[in-house]
Design a protein around this ligand. Structure first.
Ligand SMILES: [Zn+2]
Ligand SMILES: [Zn+2]
Length: 175
């Protein structure tokens, strides 16, 4: 059974009824929704996409699949804004709340339905780098004049690789 996720926008919930997960054939869920609905703490662009396969063993739910989103990031070297694709392989489980503590990497649910959204957001957030760089080859900004060196040289002395040293050098020249 394949279902398009029905998104309850107001509640920001992507609910899966556990009894829709067939013991034999499982349940497939495909999600493609504007990502900015779901992430408060990070700036995202485009869609939150996920392809998930659910299997069920009594009340234990196992989830396999992939999720992706595009992070609106700022380069830590040149301060340019750019979009960074973030992808994660999902391999997790949901257990009824009574069974908490069996496995730290798993999630819990109450009642007959699970909300997969907090899990997806958490898994994606864990993949997001703390420091983003637009490219390994990024030259950054000139520490003296602040020009973006990816757009060409600035004519500052090449000695002034680090602005702090440039200041020191000037002080020494004065002495
Ligand atoms: Zn950069
Ligand atoms: Zn410069």
């Amino acid at each position: 059974m394949v279902a398009e996720a029905v998104l309850e926008k107001k509640a920001n919930v992507v609910a899966v009824d556990i009894y829709d997960i067939d013991i034999d054939s499982g349940y497939e869920l495909s999600l493609n929704s504007p990502a900015n609905l779901f992430f408060d703490t990070v700036n995202v662009a485009g869609s939150l996409k996920a392809e998930l396969s659910f299997t069920r063993n009594d009340e234990d739910i196992y989830v396999l699949g992939k999720a992706s989103v595009r992070l609106k990031a700022e380069c830590g070297r040149c301060l340019n804004q750019f979009e960074l694709p973030v992808e994660v392989d999902i391999q997790t489980a949901f257990f009824p709340e009574e069974k908490v503590g069996e496995d730290e990497d798993s999630y819990t649910y109450k009642g007959d339905s699970i909300d997969v959204l907090p899990m997806l957001c958490e898994q994606l957030l864990l993949q997001m780098p703390l420091r983003t760089v637009c490219g390994e080859e990024c030259k950054g900004l000139c520490p003296s004049c602040g020009k973006n060196l990816n757009k060409g040289g600035c004519g500052c002395s090449t000695d002034a690789v680090d602005g702090r040293f440039a200041v020191l050098k000037k002080l020494k020249e004065k002495q």
